[in-house]
Design a binder for this molecule. Sequence first.
Ligand code: PGA
Length: 287
Amino acid sequence: SSPRVRLPQRSERRSSALKLQTKERFFPMAEVIIVPGREAGGKLVASEIARRIRATPDLVLGLATGSTPLPVYQALVPALAGVDLSTVRGFALDEYVGLDPAHPQSYRSVITREVVEPLGLDPARIRVPDGRLDGVAHAGEIYEAAIMDAGGIALQILGIGTDGHIGFNEPGSSFASRTRVKTLTEQTRTDNARFFASPDEVPMHCITQGLGTILEADHLVLLAFGSSKAAALAAAVEGPLSASVPGSAIQLHPHVTVVVDEDAAAELARAEYYRYAYANKPDWQGL
Ligand code: PGA
């Protein structure tokens, strides 16, 4: 039988492999930076984001919610003082489904409160997946198209869940997944109950950028703080690639920076090597 011709799929998307060839620098593995604490981690990432925005005023940022990125957003305010941010663009990773966007815990509200308002960004340039029930069936495709129209995400901020999720890609998520509706695990709903009046109020469903979507960002910056993240972080960075640990998808990406405090780094087998590599990092390399 004649060999099957494999047609390029989604050929309009730039593949990571292609980007790799054109990158001016080559990052063969995730760089793990162990910082003294949340504040130091926030400052380090904020200074890189500020540098990127100064160079590219319409930079496209991938924004995460939850507790983890807050020190980054707080440090961005002084880091960007006096910089014109009117053309910065942003895409949130995820949103709850069926929660009124005006609810204080919708990720639209969280991004507005924690990022858009403190930095004075243009709200029209900051997108969040649309989790409203009436449009959610097509919201994923619409979001993917908007990211593509923006030319892709330049720097994606990520946290990691105690169950290993990134975005809301719960264990079992395909590495090829795109923005879609997912059912939250009981673990995630329990973890996020602290933001709601009662655990029952945590929505059951979410809409999240897929792992395939996240892997197309130019630079992934994953932060993790605290001992509750140690096992998931070690599995993501050093464990086998597995849909059971969605965070392990970052190992497929050519440019990843992992910023962790000592507690979150506690289960990393190669922690000493990461410290040694960072201490001897060439000045020219940047983050
Ligand atoms: P957290 O959540 O930052 O609130 O710990 C992280 C995540 O669920 O991705």
